[in-house]
Design a protein around this ligand. Structure first.
Ligand SMILES: N[C@@H](CCC(=O)N[C@@H](CS)C(=O)NCC(=O)O)C(=O)O
Length: 159
């Protein structure tokens, strides 16, 4: 049985993470039996979710999960596409995952009003006495990641 480690449902979606939803959809499209379990970032091999455990084989990162499913279960998610279309699909996927994802993260986490409407909900489960400090620490980490990625260095207008 495949176990997919996830954050869990949020905002009426199957998961708060687009990468987790992508991995789960790939499992569904491949018709593979699987279960989901709440993941722990400290135990995640790459410090991020999703990752999966396929009978002891640990695969981290949604794209690695895709390749694992394709190779192990002989599935071609791009079946029917020409070589050129496969190239375009790959370019669009990388645009969404490596660029637009960060643009969305920037407006969600760095804009206070958006933060209150969105990511602040993630911290409701944190005990009230430490909620403030945990929220501050995670926000700082996201700000650092956005700085490293580059988008966090620009003004709103430039971004
Ligand atoms: N390239 C990875 C990206 C996964 C990713 O960025 N996951 C985020 C949630 S959307 C995460 O786990 N972040 C936790 C952290 O960075 O501490 C994939 O495709 O799986």
């Amino acid at each position: 049985m495949i176990t997919l480690y996830t954050f869990g449902p949020a905002f009426g979606l199957p998961d708060a993470s687009p990468f987790v939803m992508k991995a789960e959809l790939l499992l569904k499209l491949a018709g593979l039996p699987y279960r989901t379990m709440p993941g722990n970032l400290r135990r995640a091999p790459k410090g991020k979710l999703p990752y999966l455990d396929d009978m002891g084989r640990i695969v981290a990162d949604s794209t690695m999960i895709r390749w694992h499913i394709e190779k192990t279960y002989h599935v071609d998610f791009d079946a029917g596409l020409s070589e050129a279309e496969r190239g375009v699909a790959w370019a669009v996927e990388k645009l969404m995952e490596d660029n637009l994802y960060w643009a969305v993260a920037r407006v969600r986490w760095l804009d206070d009003a958006n933060f209150e409407r969105g990511p602040a909900q993630f911290f409701q489960r944190v005990p009230a006495p430490v909620r403030g400090i945990v929220t501050t620490l995670v926000k700082r980490r996201v700000r650092q990641m956005l700085w490293a990625q580059g988008l966090g260095r620009h003004s709103d207008e430039e971004a």
